[in-house]
Design a protein. Structure first.
Length: 148
């Protein structure tokens, strides 16, 4: 670094990410319009991301029609990339037209591999955060009991 100069930092958002954010925002706009969420309330956001079923989980027996490898036709938890925090980030960034993500007080992200008859997709529920529900969750967590 040259003495007296500030370091240069460039922030770059990949084109694929920008396209996804815009298309998701369009889908949300088509569903709810430009409805706004009151600015003075904390928000509870739940995200369910359903990813395409990998080929190894979709191989079918030519004889019986059953799935090979012991896989069932139902959905499974998804534990590969993208990370849950990255799913939340792209979804919340896409919703910036409706609210600033700093207002999210409660955030839940679940990732699944699609069932055989289920398309991939992202589902989002946005509601006012419930103080009592949050207090109960904290109390249960501190006691070491299960939340939710």
């Amino acid at each position: 670094m040259v003495k007296g100069r500030k370091p240069f930092i460039q922030i770059y958002t990949p084109t694929k990410t920008t396209k996804w954010e815009k298309s998701f925002a369009l889908a949300v706009r088509a569903k709810i319009g430009r409805a706004s969420i009151p600015e003075d309330i904390p928000i509870d956001v739940a995200i369910v991301a359903i990813f395409s079923r990998p080929a190894y989980m979709a191989k079918v027996s030519k004889v019986s029609g059953d799935l090979l490898g012991g896989w069932l036709r139902s959905s499974y938890l998804h534990s590969k990339k993208p990370d849950a925090d990255n799913v939340a980030k792209i979804v919340l960034d896409s919703l910036s037209e409706w609210f600033d993500d700093e207002r999210v007080a409660v955030l839940t992200v679940r990732k699944f591999i699609a069932a055989t008859d289920e398309p991939p997709g992202v589902y989002v529920r946005i509601r006012e955060a419930d103080e009592m529900e949050s207090s109960d969750a904290i109390e249960n967590l501190m006691k070491g009991t299960e939340c939710g």
